[in-house]
Design a protein around this ligand. Structure first.
Ligand code: PLP
Length: 388
């Protein structure tokens, strides 16, 4: 093997490069017409009314939480099987964070656990203001049930769909916000489509949309209807709340819009790769990804779980053997509540047993558009050698 096979990577075409060059030759580099076009294209693709592009999904989660009025004294609940950003956004707002253990089949936040925890929180007066279901590996959470619970208990749902653009739930694209107030995408290069760095919030609510636009850009408005007192002239703007510079550049948006044209093809190929893994790894001491019948995954990740009692090798040894063979395996995720920062907030190991068990067994193997047949065959045969 020459260079290692990564677990994920971007796929950049000549058309993507041309789209970026065109922006470089134009009048706008920062947020301008290409950002608006990209927002419109993603919103239309997903069937959402509004989209706000920002410089990362982390920023998108932050302003989505602020738009949901999350603040001190409030609590945000999310899955512990996620990237730290899904939880950190609550802390940015001064809110508390808590975790709902995962479903052992889908590795998504468990709706049964959520239901139990909500019933208890109602009694204790500790209901969450925001719940962030994370569509792990690109597979949607059980959103219909989560939406029912949000009605019953009065929390706002923000979908962290960082893994999931191009996926579907009950036949409709993820991002349409049919069961949530807002949905967040990431365009980091390992995700399904990329803008280098970038993210987006989608919503069907005009009020949230306007708030998100403002929060993206310093909390500034040029709308006289929102100003305190009268406008002082054509130059005038007011800062009416505390916002940020979370803007995406036109350079990034042009890349994103060009990538979006290949999104369906990207996800189709990921399914071909997943099917091949499903077939060829079936006889090994592994649990392969289970798919809920309501979902069509974007397959950001392909996670295998080692059956520890059947395999003759440990999780760590398997991981090391694969890395040594030039296969860039990874682990998604270290349970967030076991991170030192969260432990110092009071979370103890043992708090989310399903997530922790999953963590002791999981390995993400290469899955990306452009993974060729020979390389996938090499991954499969290496796994066979290591595990048989
Ligand atoms: C990647 C990721 C994020 C953060 O995305 P950035 O665009 O890198 O800020 C948030 N949540 C999940 C689940 C992710 O995978």
């Amino acid at each position: 093997m020459s260079s290692p096979i990564p677990y994920g990577r971007q796929s950049i075409s000549e058309a993507d490069i041309q789209a970026v060059i065109e922006v470089l030759r134009s009048d706008w580099l920062t947020q301008g017409p290409a950002v608006e076009r990209f927002e419109r294209a993603v919103a239309d693709y997903c069937g959402a009314k509004y989209a706000v592009a920002v410089n990362s999904a982390t920023s998108a989660l932050h302003i989505a939480c602020l738009a949901a009025d999350l603040g001190s004294g409030d609590t945000l609940w999310t899955s512990p099987n996620t990237f730290v950003a899904s939880a950190n956004c609550g802390l940015y707002c001064g809110a508390g964070v808590d975790f709902v253990d995962i479903d052992p089949r889908s590795y998504n936040l468990s709706v049964t656990e959520l239901e139990k925890k909500l019933a208890l929180a109602k009694v204790n007066g500790t209901l969450p203001k925001v719940v962030i279901p994370v569509h792990f590996a690109g597979q949607s959470c059980e959103m219909a049930r989560i939406a029912e619970l949000s009605e019953e208990y009065g929390f706002t749902v923000i979908e962290d769909a960082s893994h999931a653009i191009g996926g579907k739930y009950q036949g409709a694209p993820i991002g349409g916000c049919r069961f949530s107030e807002m949905t967040v995408f990431s365009f980091h290069p390992v995700k399904i489509i990329t803008t280098g760095e970038g993210g987006m919030v989608l919503t069907n609510r005009r009020d949230l949309y306007e708030r998100l636009l403002r929060l993206r850009s310093h909390g500034i408005t040029r709308d006289p209807g929102l100003m305190v007192g009268a406008s002082q002239g054509a130059w005038y703007y007011q800062q009416i709340e505390l916002g940020f510079n979370y803007r995406m550049t036109d350079i990034q948006a042009a890349l994103g819009a060009s990538q979006l044209e290949r999104l369906d093809e990207f996800v189709r190929q990921r399914h071909v790769l997943a099917k091949r893994y499903d077939e060829e790894l079936a006889s090994l001491p592994l649990t392969l990804p289970w798919q809920h019948p309501d979902t069509y995954s974007a397959f950001h990740l392909y996670v295998i779980r080692l059956k520890l009692d059947e395999a003759a090798i440990t999780h760590e040894e398997t991981f090391k053997a694969l890395r040594q063979a030039g296969i860039g395996v990874n682990l998604h995720y270290i349970p967030v509540h076991t991170q030192p920062y969260y432990q110092q907030l009071g979370f103890k190991t043992g708090y989310c047993p399903q997530t922790e068990q999953y963590y002791r067994e999981a390995i993400s193997i290469p899955m990306f558009h452009g993974l060729n047949e020979a390389d996938q065959e090499y991954v499969i045969s290496t796994l066979q050698q290591v595990l048989e």
